[in-house]
Design a protein around this ligand. Structure first.
Ligand code: COA
Length: 383
């Protein structure tokens, strides 16, 4: 009980403001997000997802030759072992139809370690081979899952095409338009890393016990799933569908806020003056909702955005406008969070590698507020 007094008052609930480690991967300063010193605006406009992964992992932009070699390596790692595809097919047939795709992804990635000949090799060179395979295969697994649950054939990746092109091709079974490839690539770049976010921290905590990359990524997928983190994008689209029309926005918000409900895709622990990724996605949402003849989805979103700023001083985060971007591309709503994982694995890998380089096990304390010391009661004397 003495320890309780030592820690009481020193708890930062949710670790708000706590600096848990040093990192050189990405940084948030005010409303500026950078990956290795490059602003997210420059990266979203100029970089391919492959180039962003290279930057996050190696700390610098690739030369043209390096990028070609790196991209081709990733592209070659996209294909799944046929025995693994057969297993996925079985999983889809026996798992409950109500299972969320994030639960399927978490399980599939965990199982995929048994198909990786390096899975128990903890050397650095094996680490990077596993990192490339896991990153390249994440999109293939999500697309394969969707096709299998629809009773469709799995589409194999095409080695000379980008990860963005391949994901859409493997999902829909037809090549994406140039607009969709560009938009999807930008979405992948925007979601690739975000300083010490909840899932990256989770991956770092798992890594800190000297566990392996598969275990760390599985921890991160489980963390990303929650609606306070990556699960929010799916909830945003469900909310827009529930609201249904521009006139219903105000009554919906009035009721939700009166009931102390959280509006998904709004607010952020770190950004208090706006999330720069949301600004980029807002423009993409405008373009795409117009192109499918559903401008009201964008108008409803901006009304929620404006009202939340006026009433609560809260601004949209990355999950708010990405919902209507994905919806406009005809992506099933329950795949929005798995797609977040398809991108964020780039950052998780960078964080796991950084944690490995300068490791100390994460082991915080808890302020004990439970029962005081008690006298043992034999079973037969308990009532
Ligand atoms: N809708 C309504 N109110 C919100 C809100 C939201 N989306 N986000 C925060 N608030 C309010 C809280 O109710 C709280 O108000 P109070 O002080 O009157 O109780 C205050 O703002 C602080 O919120 P809190 O939950 O403590 O902030 P946090 O830093 O712990 O959480 C988020 C940050 C992102 C988890 C939070 O804003 C949230 O839940 N947003 C919705 C989920 C989401 O979009 N997640 C994706 C994050 S990228």
């Amino acid at each position: 009980m003495a320890e309780m007094n030592i820690y009481e008052g020193a708890i930062d609930k949710g670790l708000e403001g706590v600096v848990a480690c040093s990192t050189s991967i990405s940084s948030i300063q005010g409303a500026t997000l950078t990956y290795r010193g490059y602003t997210i605006e420059d990266l979203a406009r100029e970089a391919s997802f492959e180039e962003s992964i290279y930057l996050l992992w190696k700390g610098q932009l690739p030369t043209s030759k390096e990028l070609t070699a790196f991209s081709s390596h990733l592209a070659n790692d996209m294909a799944l072992d046929p025995a693994f595809v057969a297993l996925l097919k079985n999983m889809v047939s026996v798992f409950p139809k109500t299972a969320h795709p994030m639960d399927f992804l978490r399980t599939a990635v965990s199982v995929s370690s048994f198909f990786d000949r390096d899975s128990s090799d903890q050397t650095e060179v094996a680490f990077w081979r596993k990192a490339s395979r896991m990153t390249a295969k994440m999109g293939t697994i999500v697309a394969a899952f969707h096709r299998l649950r629809m009773g469709l054939e799995v589409v194999a990746p095409v080695a000379n095409k980008s990860l963005a092109w391949n994901f859409l091709n493997m999902l829909f079974g037809r090549p994406p338009s140039a607009q969709h490839e560009r938009v999807f690539n930008t979405a992948l770049v925007l979601h690739a890393d975000h300083e010490i976010n909840c899932s990256a921290f989770s991956a770092r905590v798992t890594t800190s016990s000297l566990s392996d990359i598969y275990s760390a990524v599985v921890s991160a997928i489980g963390t990303l799933k929650g609606p306070l983190h990556g699960g929010a994008n799916e909830q945003v689209m469900k909310m827009l569908e529930e609201i249904g029309s521009l006139e219903n926005v105000q009554p919906f918000l009035d009721k939700a806020l009166a009931g102390k409900q959280k509006i998904m895709g709004i607010g952020h622990r770190v950004y208090k003056n706006g999330d720069p990724r949301a600004k980029i996605l807002r423009e993409m949402s405008k373009e795409l909702t117009q192109s499918i003849g559903r401008p009201e989805l964008y108008e409803m979103s901006t009304k929620i955005d404006d009202t939340m700023q006026q009433k609560k001083g809260l601004m949209p985060n990355v999950d708010f406008y990405s919902a209507t971007v994905y919806f406009s591309m005809d992506i099933p709503i329950d795949l929005y969070t798995p797609i977040f994982a398809v991108s964020r694995i780039a950052g998780w890998v960078a964080h796991i590698a950084e944690q490995n380089l300068n490791n100390r096990i994460y082991r915080p304390r808890g302020a004990y507020v439970g029962a005081a010391s008690q006298d043992w009661k034999p079973l037969q004397s308990r009532v």
